[in-house]
Design a protein around this ligand. Structure first.
Ligand code: PMP
Length: 364
């Protein structure tokens, strides 16, 4: 064994060495429908003003660590209830990691429970923080198995339960009553994290219910709204809880460029909201077009992506790549997703280019 291999083996944890890196496909030259991005740019005139603001940012200074002005805009414009505040993350990915780091215990292995399949970072962050992860399979129709969730909660007494609302990669909203039952079952020992990354497309939220449940955490991101590149997530919870979670956050985790861009974009949030409305309309059109295709099963979506099942997902995925269309093949994630593909909703032009390539790929 070479000296560097020996060094890696003696320093890096075996469970870290055993996992593959988070894979992001190279999308250059492709119609990119794999990552739930908003395909629309900010309008040109707004970008010009933003460019000027960014040019004036003092790159030599650390960010203003309180982040009060971004937080104020989030609280005012994104529906945070009165008396509640947010903490910010470098994407909600970082917030998931902060939650796990804050709740991992040193004298025993704390547990994270989540339905599976769901967003992969719940499991990864739990593992990297040294927590046990328990995935509770969804039912065949992708709905939540509430009795199984309640059994897992009673058995493992998890510190955290992550509920993606709507769920990624299935696109559906779990029943509100089921989520409330889970929040109540965790009362006294665990936090329920309702991850509303796709809220602009679902228009259903637990944010207003924060005052009802002191163990509820609502997490969101501006990524799907059209700002994936700036990396900004936020979460709200009871102030005492939020103050503890904030101690784990790296002090300057939101950089100065993100800070200025986020404030600017939130001052023009109506533009982003209109784009989300266009994508909701496009989702309805794309869903209807897919449902008309023979052999294609379409699952209902409240997000900006659609889950479908085809006769041979690997084959269709490969053929779409040859047509320069990139979607996500989720068929190997979990047995419930056998032969499933996930398509991000895009502009009418890109959706129709996808549909043409998809029809050709199914037929061939
Ligand atoms: N939560 C869910 C359910 C997601 O699907 C994603 C992104 N795919 C995230 C959180 C992370 O979003 P970001 O880090 O871009 O804020």
């Amino acid at each position: 064994m070479s000296p560097i291999d020996m060094l890696v083996n003696s320093t890096i944890r075996p469970d870290v060495r055993a996992v593959a890196s988070y894979h992001v496909a190279d999308a250059s030259g492709f119609i990119k429908l794999d990552a739930m991005e908003n395909p629309y740019h900010l309008p040109h005139h707004l970008r010009q003003v933003l460019a000027q603001r960014l040019a004036d940012v003092a790159l030599n200074r650390y960010p203003v660590a309180s982040y009060a002005s971004i937080k104020q805009r989030i609280n005012d414009k994104l529906g945070v209830p009165a008396g509640y505040d947010v903490i910010l993350g470098n994407g909600s990915d970082e917030l998931i990691s902060i939650l796990c780091m804050a709740c991992a215990m040193q004298d025993r292995r704390a547990v994270v429970v989540a339905p599976t399949p769901s967003f992969v970072m719940y499991q990864r962050s739990a593992q990297f923080a040294g927590m046990d992860y328990v995935g509770v399979p969804l039912k065949a129709d992708m709905t939540l198995d509430l009795p199984a969730m309640l059994v897992a909660i009673a058995e493992h007494k998890p510190a955290l339960v992550f509920l993606s609302y709507p769920n990624n990669p299935t696109g559906n909203l779990f029943a509100e009553a089921d989520i409330v039952a889970i929040i109540k079952a965790l009362d006294g020992f665990g936090l329920a994290i309702v991850d509303e990354a796709y809220e602009p497309f679902a228009q259903q939220t637990f944010m207003q219910r924060l005052p009802e449940f002191h163990n509820l955490v609502v997490m969101r991101t501006v990524s799907k709204l059209g700002l994936a590149g700036i990396r900004l997530g936020y979460m709200s919870a009871a102030p005492q809880l939020l103050a503890e979670l904030d101690k784990v956050r790296p002090p300057y985790n939101i950089n100065v460029l993100t800070q200025v861009a986020a404030e600017f974009a939130l001052d023009h949030v109506e533009v982003l909201n209109q784009q989300a409305a266009a994508l909701r309309a496009a989702r309805a059109d794309l869903t209807a077009a897919l449902a008309r295709m023979p052999g294609v099963e379409v699952f209902p979506s409240a997000a900006n992506f659609i889950l479908i099942r085809v006769p041979n997902s690997d084959d269709v995925h490969a053929k779409l790549l040859s047509h320069k269309v990139l979607i996500k093949n989720v068929s190997k994630m979990h047995s419930v997703l056998a032969n499933c593909l996930r398509i991000t909703v895009s502009t009418p032009e890109e959706n129709s280019a996808f549909l043409d390539a998809f029809a050709a790929s199914l037929a061939a």
